[in-house]
Design a protein around this ligand. Structure first.
Ligand code: SF4
Length: 228
């Protein structure tokens, strides 16, 4: 399996663990606010599996985990065998996903090959085609949500907040659906030069709006946080 990005040491991508983050290329969504646009178009230097394992071997004393992010990692048919090799080396595995491939999540969970899954919830279900700009199976998204909620692994759901795409009511709708899930995080939009639709096109929610949303939904989840 090849990668298009590599963050050698991260203290924030896996809760309470030190991890390496690997970014896969390609995505089946086209979220306008995506800050990984080079990745979804498969641009950038290729990082080989060999290089990754070499690094992991050298750093195994300080690293707890490997986080596989994207793009969308579940689009790669070598993901399963790659994760198997990572687990054989004794690392925890975190997977970031948009939830479009529940069958892959199911297999990984069933075979104890994944320890933490972070799944993006892009919008209330009726707005998925607007936010992702793709026609996808909402059934698959719901199946992935169910899988995580019923599993014993650690997981989080997370939603990116962007004023042009989501309203406060949308966030409430999502939170109602996810109510009772282990963790729900809101990530306020951050502008940058790699945004898919370009810089200065989108805005984050204001502090006041975030406060109102927080007051309304924080009681729905054992762990709720706004990442600003
Ligand atoms: S934000 Fe995530 S799901 Fe959306 S296009 Fe970018 S990589 Fe794909």
């Amino acid at each position: 399996m090849n990668f298009k990005g590599f963050e050698k040491l991260s203290f924030i991508d896996y809760p309470e663990k030190i991890c390496t983050v690997l970014f896969t290329a390609g995505c089946n969504f086209r979220c306008p606010y995506c800050h990984n646009s080079p990745l979804i178009y498969n641009q950038g230097e290729t990082i080989t599996e060999c290089f990754v394992f070499d690094y992991l071997e050298k750093r195994k004393k300080i690293l707890d985990a490997v986080c596989i992010s994207g793009g969308e990692p579940t689009l790669h048919n070598t993901l399963y065998s790659f994760i198997q090799k990572i687990k054989e080396k004794g690392f925890l595995v975190k997977l970031d996903t948009n939830g479009t491939h529940p069958e892959i999540l199911k297999k990984l969970i069933k075979e104890n090959l994944v320890d933490y899954i972070a799944m993006d919830i892009k919008a209330p279900f009726d707005k998925y085609p607007i936010v992702t700009r793709k026609k996808i199976s909402i059934h698959a998204i719901k199946e992935s949500i169910d899988l995580l909620q019923q599993s014993s692994i650690d997981y989080e759901f997370r939603t990116t907040l962007c004023k042009e795409l989501l309203t406060q009511e949308d966030i409430l709708k999502i939170a109602e659906y996810l109510k009772g899930s282990k963790r729900y995080f809101l990530q306020n939009f951050k502008d940058g030069s790699t945004i898919l639709d370009g810089q200065n096109k989108f805005q984050p929610f204001s502090k006041k709006e975030l406060k109102i949303i927080e007051e309304q939904i924080k009681g729905y989840f054992p762990l709720f946080k706004i990442r600003n």
